[in-house]
Ligand binder design. Sequence first.
Ligand code: XMP
Length: 328
Amino acid sequence: MQQLLVRPENMKRIDSPELAKAYIDEQVAAIQAQVGDGKVLLALSGGVDSSVVAALLIKAIGDRLVAVHVNHGLLRKGEPEQVIEVFRNQMHANLIYVDATDRFLDKLAGVSDPETKRKIIGKEFIDVFAEEARKLQGIRFLAQGTIWPDILESEAGIKAHHNAGGLPADLSFELVEPVRILFKDEVRMVGKTLGLPDGMVYRQPFPGPGLGVRCVGAITRDRLEAVRESDAILREEFAAAGLQGKVWQYFTVVPDMKSTGIRDGKRTDDWMVIIRAVNSVDATSATIEEVPYPLLLKIRDRIFREVKGVNRVLYDLSSKPLATIEYE
Ligand code: XMP
């Protein structure tokens, strides 16, 4: 049986644990009816949508869900570990973890054009996932974290629906899309009700190409590390200051550019970390968060102390437009 494809016009917004629970029960039954005793494959990024889909499927079919987590080396600090902890250790998922960091970074070496970087990351992701899928036998279903805005946007021609697409022709699956008719806030409510941690359910938007678009220009491992470490400090300090979940999106960027500095009386030639914190409703426009100065200074001090190769910290005052949220 195929899932319900269209959001009914009179469907009530899922804004309470009770409504979420009813939706979960309904979907568990629908998944069981669709899949029977079959197996389901899922690319589990650790983002809200795929995580909620994973949790729903685990509830419905247990270890007949095969979740594949591809670490492309451009994830934030602690992310792959959290996916393993939550899904393998706590929810006992059948989880395949693929550390493909070297593959991605080798392919990206020397590539500075943003769109080429995105294409390489997208293609490599499909290649890695397809290789894993081919190793597995007898899986007829593919689960996807498609949500209702994805459908609306692809209908309106705003963006090509990136899910579903891309897999080579020899890999054809019947789709299982248990959050297809939900809005993002409803997906979060369902995820919370399923017991996923807040850090996963309420996390800020994070682009598919990950830190790759924040390590501006050709990615090098050392500069990528500076992005990852400074981003972790920023997230930690925003959380400690109560800003997590209040500011739409906040991250650091390290451009491929050095400037002169001084450390221990010696001249340095090091990178700069740019802090970006913006508020938005739908990411089509954004205003900057007015981060308190003492917090900025605390973050600066930690970055100087803890992140190698950095001698300047800057705060980005640009709204969207004229700037975009990401740097490339
Ligand atoms: P921009 O930079 O265009 O970003 O103002 C708007 C929102 O989209 C996210 N973003 C991406 N998400 N793949 C994604 O999945 C991408 O290539 C990508 N580029 C930007 C960005 O983080 C922001 O939330």
